[in-house]
Design a protein around this ligand. Structure first.
Ligand code: SF4
Length: 82
């Protein structure tokens, strides 16, 4: 498995997917619910709004349908996949 395949396995998406927001976004309420989880997470870097686990900018990543939290806090549960 190459590094990008490993990254996608952990995060559900790659940084390239962040450039295609229009085709892969989820409803605003669901993205906001994910973001609330992130901003209360110890791995959330408040100054840059990045996750220290994956390095992603969470305001963008939380909007992606296939995105997942690398430590399983969101994106892998049935209520977060609809
Ligand atoms: S993606 Fe997961 S690990 Fe990263 S800040 Fe959000 S909740 Fe925390």
């Amino acid at each position: 498995m190459n590094p990008w395949e490993e990254y996608k396995a952990k995060n559900g998406v790659t940084p390239v997917d962040l450039l295609r927001l229009k085709s892969q976004t989820i409803p605003k309420e669901k993205a906001e619910a994910r973001y609330v989880i992130c901003i209360t997470c110890p791995f959330f870097q408040k100054m840059t709004k990045q996750c220290l686990k994956c390095g992603c900018f969470m305001a963008a990543k939380t909007k992606l349908d296939l995105a997942t939290c690398p430590i399983g806090k969101w994106g892998k549960y049935p209520e977060d996949t609809e």
